[in-house]
Design a protein around this ligand. Structure first.
Ligand SMILES: Cc1cc2nc3c(=O)[nH]c(=O)nc-3n(C[C@H](O)[C@H](O)[C@H](O)COP(=O)(O)OP(=O)(O)OC[C@H]3O[C@@H](n4cnc5c(N)ncnc54)[C@H](O)[C@@H]3O)c2cc1C
Length: 401
């Protein structure tokens, strides 16, 4: 007899584990859940290579609401994911984001985004040049026309604890995890029936979830489906700063928030160090196995931008660096969520384009609702559905970092 599960989740990164948790925790669902993951150490998963930050500073109401739910969920994570009294704390550091606008176009977009954020009760303020200079006197603000700062509800947290917390709780609630790799599907007309695994096994199911991150297109291809998601390399640098910059004690206790410079370079505190990154000059799809960091980005892009922004960043030293893959949605840089319009028992949760960690709680919950009820029950995420790709109607989000 072939093994059968009600739901098979392909990929055990944060999205797959969140889906397994929300399915298993839902009292309306008595089914069985299997998560297939070839690398339980998550050596190359985006989830473990992430900058692990959460913001409400998006331009689209839905992305703001998804992050607000993510914030709320993360704030209660230790209780929600408690197993046998073991409560995983994610050390959420509510340091905020600080976006800097220099050009008239950046200013205009920042103002538009701010009005959407305020309409969604995000705790974000706009600062003039002098207000920015008062808050962070060490920043060179002369060329900055407007800044946007998240006073609360934004910050960074422990990504590995996040992934493991979901996984452990899902297992505790009955989800099974299998170390193997999906290498194909068996189909009956437009219905998926089973997966083929690298080990030679075949496992049947009624519902299949593609949660394979940057490899989403490869797995979709096994079912004959095109999905516009490709790996794009992002190198993260950890650096030490001889003299740590201190702002006004009245704002964020003087610590730098996650600053997104007008150049696109970002930087935030990480313990006693800082982490930083940028969009590569030549941002192209890379090979699935190419994780070689682009070291030259530090010297060519990051250091000049940071040294220009603060004199404290003139003397910095790289301590560590790594490269991860954004699961980049080439079509509109936002997640693709829900079942395929034709292959209706194949669900997608892909293409997060650099903001998927914070979206894991809302995505896992939404997937469970779609599978159990056939519709979104809490937050209506239908604008992210697969149909938009086929209909060529992009989901509009202006704040992609
Ligand atoms: C450098 C960097 C910085 C980032 N910063 C942030 C941030 O600050 N905030 C934020 O919200 N997001 C951020 N992100 C994005 C975020 O990390 C991702 O969107 C999120 O982790 C995606 O999770 P996932 O589960 O979809 O993918 P992954 O974590 O990549 O997991 C996918 C899993 O699928 C498995 N898999 C692949 N092929 C198969 C197969 N054939 N069979 C079975 N399993 C398979 C893989 O082994 C992998 O473990 C960042 C990403 C990077 C790379």
């Amino acid at each position: 007899m072939e093994e059968t599960f009600d739901v098979i989740v392909i990929g055990g990164g944060v999205i797959g584990c969140a889906a397994a948790y929300f399915l298993s925790a839902n009292t309306s669902f008595n089914g069985s859940v299997l998560v297939v993951e070839p690398d339980p150490a998550h050596t190359h998963a985006s989830s473990t290579l992430s900058a692990s930050s959460l913001r409400t500073q998006f331009s689209n109401s839905l992305n703001i609401q998804i992050s607000q739910y993510g914030y709320d969920f993360i704030s209660h994570f230790h209780d929600l994911m408690s197993v046998n009294g073991d409560r995983p704390f994610l050390k959420f550091h509510e340091g905020g984001y600080l976006f800097l606008a220099k050009s008239d176009l950046q200013v205009e977009i920042m103002r538009q985004n701010n009005s959407v954020q305020l309409a969604n009760n995000a705790d974000v303020v706009l600062w003039s040049t002098s207000e920015l200079a008062n808050a962070f006197p060490h920043l060179n603000s002369t060329d900055i026309k407007l800044a946007s700062y998240g006073k609360s509800g934004e910050g960074w947290f422990d990504n590995v604890g996040f992934l493991n917390g979901f996984k452990r709780k899902a297992q505790d609630l009955g989800a099974k995890f299998l170390k193997d790799e999906v290498v194909g599907f068996n189909k009956n007309k437009k219905v998926l029936e089973s997966i083929n695994l690298k080990s030679g096994k075949k496992i049947c199911s009624g519902h299949f979830v593609n949660a394979t991150g940057a490899r989403a297109a490869e797995i979709a291809g096994y079912a004959g489906i095109d999905v516009p998601v490709a790996p794009r390399k992002r190198t993260v640098f950890v650096f030490d700063c001889a003299n740590s910059p201190q702002g006004s004690a009245s704002v964020n206790n003087g610590a730098l928030p996650l600053m997104v410079d007008n150049s696109g370079v970002y930087c935030r505190p990480e313990g006693s160090f800082f982490i930083s990154g940028c969009v590569p000059k030549n941002d192209v799809d890379v090979d699935y196995n190419d994780f070689t960091p682009n070291y030259c980005e530090f010297d060519d892009i990051i250091w000049p931008a940071l040294a220009n922004r603060s004199k404290y960043f003139e003397a910095i030293k790289v301590k560590n660096y790594w490269a991860g893959h954004y699961a980049y949605n080439i079509f509109d840089q936002n997640m693709i969520l829900g079942c395929h319009p034709e292959v209706k028992n194949f669900y997608f949760a892909n293409g997060f384009s650099g903001h998927g960690l914070q979206q894991a709680p809302a995505t896992g919950r939404a997937l469970s609702e779609l599978i159990i009820h056939g519709a979104f029950r809490s937050l209506d995420l239908s604008p992210f559905c697969f149909d938009r790709i086929l209909e060529k109607k992009p989901f509009l989000e202006k704040a992609i970092v």
